[in-house]
Design a protein around this ligand. Structure first.
Ligand code: ADP
Length: 488
């Protein structure tokens, strides 16, 4: 794989602990695969609990000085990191396409989005001030200050290899915390590139550590992070099952916890909607990253009067999307991240077909492109017994359900998840009513793309705890200390 290596920039084959590039104590590495071609992009250390303990210790030592930096100093460090990231925008995008298979244009979009959190939190770092209270007593004065909680563990998924890290790490560093990042096993190279560019920007040693591990070591690395008394908080983005496990594991130490878990986003189109705009929003929400985002529309609930025309229009729009290798700039649909994921998507689709779903498009692997590619799929005739009705699909499958206005809200909220929800309507009272009624943390109203550093990202119910981005993002990494000055 030499030719590939020379093409992919910022490649590292060591993890990053205490400002040093280190191998796993066991000496073992694992390969990172390009999901489009199946080729090896690079190889990184397969670390375990002992390496994790070393990273935690490094972060704990660094915290002793980092916590004393001023807000302005932390702002400047983050700004420098941001400037270096911007300088390497193309390199980062190439790396993301190589290890995540994301189409070139989307990889560039993700780098802008990912970098924007470092920029945003470099600005927000300056505003981590507290409050002076109006004392009820003449002899006492009271203030609230914000302090960093300490070392934080950031466990991240593969679907946004840069943004899921910067959204957490930007806020953590701005607050004055130091961090140990455990990136997903499918996309550790982007995390290491972030560390490398942080090093170039002059981040002090031990402030940003990256521990890479293969899937079979993830549980012991996670356990070490959750159970270490030196770790003050865990911030996780990933599956609901792993999130629940981390919740349990970190209860013994009463750790601060932020969880951003799976969604099951409803996408409702009411009959008053502009159908063309709704179709564009549906494509953006469903087919970005080939359906592999936690805010992807999972169920299209289309009012009966416009159902047939919506299905027809979404099918013809999908037919204009080109699937293939992400480095080709004309591609808008890449592969799924790995074979486990493509088998899962096919199982969900075949289950629906067996139970009576009608196939309008796709419903099979795009085998001529490789085993991880899955054809964009549109299904109708959906019923409650189907897996696609309840489960997060995480693939390019549009499930369209015909319903009346009354049914829409019940179906939309009839799930244990509550991350994002979308609806299209031009009826003003309905806009307010539905936006307030949807049991989700984020609502796209006549809009399919809602993520930005300025906004508070997060869910309710089993979709998670806490918010990322916005000024609320920093709160996850600080605690409020009350100081009472008496006998004045
Ligand atoms: P996905 O299904 O999208 O891969 P996961 O929740 O399995 O989502 O993975 C998200 C992150 O959680 C990855 O970094 C993965 O390595 C990590 N992970 C998986 N299992 C565990 C575990 N038992 N403890 C801690 N982290 C884990």
């Amino acid at each position: 794989h030499t030719t590939l290596e020379t093409r992919v920039p910022l490649l590292r084959d060591k993890a990053f602990i205490n400002g040093q590039w280190v191998a796993a104590a066991s000496g073992k590495n694992f390969d990172v695969i390009d999901p489009a071609s199946g080729r090896v992009v690079g190889s990184v250390p397969d670390m375990d609990a002992s390496d994790t303990t070393a990273a935690i210790q490094a972060a704990a030592d660094a915290f002793q000085t980092w916590k004393h930096t001023t807000a302005k100093e932390r702002s400047e460090y983050l700004r420098k990191w941001y400037d270096v990231l911007v300088k390497h925008h193309n390199d980062l995008a190439t790396l993301i396409t190589a290890e995540a298979g994301k189409p070139w244009k989307e990889a560039h979009g993700e780098v802008s989005y990912g970098n924007s959190f470092v920029e945003w939190f470099s600005e927000e770092a300056r505003r981590t001030h507290g409050e002076i209270l109006a004392s009820p007593t003449r002899t006492k004065e009271m203030i609230l200050i914000k302090q960093p909680i300490g070392v934080v563990a950031l466990i991240t998924p593969w679907n946004f290899p840069i943004a899921m890290i910067t959204r957490k790490a930007g806020a953590a560093l701005a607050a004055g915390c130091t961090c140990v990042v455990k990136p997903a096993e499918d996309t550790p190279l982007t995390a290491l590139a972030l560390a490398q560019l942080g090093e170039e920007a002059g981040l002090p040693k031990g402030v940003f550590n990256v521990v890479t591990s293969n899937r079979h070591h993830a549980p012991e690395v996670g356990k070490a992070l959750c159970e270490s008394p030196l770790v003050a908080g865990i911030s996780f983005t990933g599956s609901t099952a792993v999130g629940k496990l981390l919740y349990k594991q970190s209860s013994s130490g009463v750790k601060r916890l932020a969880l951003e878990l799976g969604g099951n986003a409803p996408f409702i189109v009411f009959s008053s909607a502009d159908i063309d705009k709704a179709v564009d929003g549906a494509i953006a929400s469903k087919f970005r990253n080939c359906g592999q985002t936690c805010v992807s529309a999972n169920r299209f609930l289309i009012q009966e009067e416009i159902f047939d025309v919506f299905v027809e229009k979404i099918c013809s729009k999908i037919n204009t999307l080109k699937m293939g290798y992400g480095m080709d700039h004309s591609i808008s649909l890449g592969p799924l991240i790995n074979t486990t994921q493509s088998h899962k998507v096919n199982t969900i689709v075949q289950d629906a077909i067996k139970k009576g779903a009608k196939v309008h498009l796709g419903a099979k692997p795009a085998s001529s492109l490789g085993e991880r590619f899955y054809e964009p799929t549109v299904l109708t005739n959906i019923n409650e017994s189907m897996m696609c009705y309840k489960e997060e699909i995480f693939g390019p499958v549009a499930v369209c359900i015909r319903q009346t206005e009354e049914e829409a809200m019940t179906i939309a909220n009839n799930t244990r998840q509550g991350l994002a929800g979308y609806f299209f309507s031009n009826d003003i009272p309905q806009l307010w009513r539905v936006a307030k009624e949807l049991a989700v943390g984020m609502v796209g109203i006549n809009e399919g793309m809602i993520s930005t550093a300025e906004a508070a990202f997060g869910g309710i119910k089993e979709s998670g705890i806490g918010r990322e981005g916005s000024h609320h993002g920093i709160d996850e990494f600080t605690y409020t200390k009350y100081m009472c000055f008496g006998n004045l």
